[in-house]
Write a protein that binds this ligand. Structure first.
Ligand code: HEM
Length: 363
């Protein structure tokens, strides 16, 4: 394959809409209403989305040696290794039985990264990447996402029996939609996601970040044989409310795991756009290229101590990190105040301020 020509980022690639600030404010309010509702129901300050964690993992990220110069940027500029924390989750704001099957999230925190910082994260030494298991976002821009968000917010309640029934119906519907060549993100986010093992997923930032002088999307993909074997592997979740967590913990306790961090550079502002978050960038124009490996030793990946330390005591956000990886586009701009609000409320409600790790973490 021809080496790709990455497109240098230009400030005018970002085009905030006139009423973007109002839309974002409304998004933050809807997000907050989800957190208020779950706090009322549980007495605990939960993330307003991605409340339930399935594995809380600690390991090491190794930046690969000999990267082509365009890929050796920001946190990946020089070979080296860093402690890393990974949090696997599913997207609802309430804690549901796993038989309500929804899209999966992966948040990564790389610890000890040096360089100029993003606004709001000046005092830290971390680089977070916050991903889901699809290559593009469900909505093109904040305005369109606000509509879906309002719909999702209405489903935040404790009517779990109803959600289980809805989920079973939606999974059937989703199979029909897929049989006709489509996938339906809305049905998936309401409970129509296939009941598969969470460790087999490939995760994507879905939307771009700066990548030094360029811009890029990132992914994290399983590469150890035991993880690859779990891709699309069915998990029996009947009568197992925490079945995804149990399956993930069993595998990590036996094998640990190895993932690759991969980078897809932007090459063309129309075909690999910044403001339309719903466009999947074509991999024939710019493939995902490995820049780092994450090695996770065998471990016990979920217990109350880890949940207190990582679920309640930490916040992951695309806006925690280096200026060299500034989040780009409307969806990313909307995430800054939303993640700040959610983390602040959790801290207040649980009486536990967020702790941004600075040095080594216990494996
Ligand atoms: C590319 C699009 C997105 C992806 C991949 C994504 C993924 C995730 C993931 C994986 C988490 C859990 C993080 C953790 O484990 O701590 C999360 C949390 C969260 N997301 Fe997103 N998200 C996206 C877009 C959005 C948007 C558009 C908003 C709202 C404007 C939003 C608001 C939040 C909030 C408020 C939290 C909870 C933060 C906390 O309490 O620490 N996300 N997201």
């Amino acid at each position: 394959m021809q080496p790709i020509q990455p497109l240098p980022f230009q400030a005018d690639f970002e085009q905030p809409g006139d009423d973007e600030a109002d839309t974002i404010q409304e998004m933050v309010e809807v997000m907050r209403s989800i957190g208020d509702k779950t706090y009322e129901d549980t007495g605990h300050g939960l993330r307003t989305v991605h409340a339930k964690s399935h594995a809380l993992i600690q390991g090491t990220l190794h930046v690969l040696d000999g990267l082509p110069p365009a890929y050796a940027q920001g946190a990946f500029a020089t070979p080296g290794h860093y402690p890393v924390i990974m949090r696997l989750s599913t997207n609802p704001g309430d804690i549901l039985a796993d038989s309500v099957s929804t899209p999966r999230g992966l948040a990564i925190k790389i610890i000890g990264v040096a360089g100029e910082r993003l606004p709001g994260s000046e005092g830290d030494r971390t680089q977070d990447f916050v991903m889901q298991n699809a290559p593009a976002f469900t909505a093109p821009d904040p305005k369109a996402f606000l509509k879906t968000l309002k719909l999702l917010a209405k489903t935040t309640d404790r009517a779990e029996g109803l959600k289980k029934a809805l989920s079973a119906v939606l999974r059937g519907t989703e199979k029909v939609v897929e049989a006709f060549g489509g996938e339906s993100p809305t049905l998936k986010s309401l409970g129509g996601h296939p009941q598969t093992h969470v460790l087999g997923e490939t995760f994507y930032t879905m939307v771009p970040v700066l990548y030094g002088p360029y811009f890029a999307k990132l992914s994290v993909a399983p590469v150890s044989a035991e993880l690859i074997a779990l891709t699309d592997a069915p998990v029996d979740l009947k009568d197992k409310p925490d079945g995804l967590r149990q399956a993930a913990c069993e595998s990590l306790a036996q094998h640990g795991g190895v993932w690759e961090v991969r980078v897809q550079l932007g090459v063309d502002i129309d075909k690999t756009p910044i403001e339309d978050a719903s466009v999947q960038w074509p991999e024939n124009l710019s493939p995902y290229v490995a820049v780092a490996r994450i090695e996770i030793p065998i471990q016990s990946a979920w217990d109350e101590e880890r949940a207190a330390r990582i679920d309640d005591g930490m916040a992951f956000s695309p806006w925690h990190g280096l200026a060299a990886h500034r989040p780009l586009g409307g969806i990313m701009r909307s995430r800054k105040p939303a993640y700040e609000m959610s983390a602040r409320l959790r801290g207040q409600r649980n009486g536990c301020p967020m702790h941004e790790p600075t040095a080594d973490v216990r494996p």
